[in-house]
Design a protein around this ligand. Structure first.
Ligand code: CA
Length: 417
């Protein structure tokens, strides 16, 4: 696969995140106009509602009379392919549709982005081996770092769909119950160890009812976003046994505004890592199931330049999203279009590849020095944290668009009315 050229000039730059090869789906609004579905092409957005209203984007059923992509998802994989083919036809170099479509382009610089889909339910996994090993080592020592089940099932917990926000949303530092020093009583206070988790989110596009195979799970995935699972480490440390995280993960979950489709990522498929134990049949790999996507995290203190604090790759995952989805369905729960599955924190094997401040600062023992000269163990008020993701093709890039959020000070009194 090489760069597919478009009549939208900015899309033909080999480092631009949104070439014709990508065509990611978002929801945007402009001055005085309601949110609506659009597809990114170069620096522009093709207004899908306008294109549908004008008869340019007629897939035989109305899809864009709503400001979210769930209706497209629910139509299924055959329609997903037809829609992508039609958008490619409209936006390709030399297209007969150019004159009709050019008035339906909106500059991204003038658009505000919204959540691209209605999040039906949200589950977060813990399926990056280096992350699980690092965190386990900090809490239990290297011999007991991975729990005995870890190499056999992708561990997860049910999060809150209502916590999911679009990139750019400010994140208020939470309050929570924290363990007192030594054996003192716990206290209710602002989180002092607020953190990020670098993750990918997989979006279920086709519903299922009952156990599905890994291949069926892969077929049912619509696309991917970058996901930041904001984490209050001090709240987590006190609450997490025995049922896992709860309030520590309930503040917010940021996602990047563009859904990068599974179709756009096909050229980047790679194998999962070698297995220490053979997986049971219902979780076995069915071909290359991860993607070669470069990931990075930057932190910018208020008014200061950004420093890159981590670089890793989605291929560091131990379990693919399809294996997570197959496992999730295995006891019979129905899965719905719009379900969001967080991958778990993605960390590579070396220190600069760690996808959380907890790991980067080793629980606060090894603070990072930023380019501005400041140090960080955890997030300070005013910091802006941004996740970046790019798959590098032959002369083109499949970008995700940033997943960013600024942390603002905790309220003086969270119960003040
Ligand atoms: Ca997480």
């Amino acid at each position: 696969m090489t760069l597919m050229t478009s009549w939208v000039e900015s899309a033909n730059n080999p480092t631009h995140p949104f070439p014709l090869n990508n065509l990611p789906y978002g929801v945007f609004s402009t001055e005085g106009k309601d949110p609506r579905c659009g597809v990114a092409i170069g620096d522009m957005i093709l207004d899908c509602r306008a294109a549908e209203d004008a008869g340019l984007l007629d897939l035989g059923t109305p899809l864009f009379d709503v400001p979210f992509w769930n209706e497209v998802m629910e139509e299924g994989a055959e329609l997903w392919a037809r829609l992508r083919a039609r958008l490619t036809e409209i936006l390709t170099e030399g297209s007969a549709d150019r004159n009709a479509a050019k008035d339906m382009l909106v500059a991204q610089a003038e658009a505000e982005m919204h959540l691209p889909f209605l999040v039906s339910e949200y589950t977060d996994f813990y399926a990056g081996r280096n992350h699980a090993f690092n965190v386990g080592t900090m809490f239990r020592g290297p011999e007991n770092a991975l729990p005995p089940n870890w190499l056999h099932i992708p561990i997860g917990y049910n999060g809150r769909a209502s916590s999911v926000v679009v990139s750019g949303t400010d994140i208020r530092r939470p309050w929570g119950q924290l363990k007192g020093p030594n054996d003192e009583m716990p206290r209710f206070a602002p989180c002092a160890r607020f953190d990020i988790e670098l993750e990918m989110g997989a979006i279920v596009g086709q519903a299922s009812d009952g156990p599905i195979t890994v291949q069926e799970a892969d077929d049912n995935i619509f696309g991917y976003v970058l996901l930041n699972d904001w984490s209050a480490r001090d709240i987590q440390a006190w609450e997490y046994q025995p049922l896992g995280p709860f309030q520590a993960k309930a503040t917010a979950t940021s996602i990047s505004p563009w859904i990068v489709t599974k179709a756009a990522l096909e050229p980047f498929r790679v194998d999962t890592p070698e297995r220490e134990f053979e997986l049971l049949d219902h979780l076995k790999d069915v071909g290359p199931m991860l993607y070669d996507i470069d990931l990075a995290v930057t932190i910018a203190p208020e008014g200061k330049q950004a420093t890159t604090i981590a670089r890793t790759n989605y291929r560091e995952m131990y379990y693919s999203a399809a294996q997570q989805l197959a496992h999730h369905s295995s006891a019979g729960t129905p899965m719905n279009a719009g379900d969001l599955l967080g991958s778990g924190t993605i960390s590579g094997p070396t220190k600069p590849e760690r996808g959380s401040l907890l790991e980067l600062s080793w629980g606060g023992k090894e603070p990072l020095t930023l380019d501005s000269g400041e140090t960080r163990s955890f997030i300070e008020d005013g910091d802006t944290l941004t996740l970046h993701g790019n798959a590098k093709g032959d002369g083109y890039t499949i970008g995700f668009g940033d997943c960013t959020g600024s942390v603002i000070a905790a309220l003086d009194d969270p119960y003040a009315r």
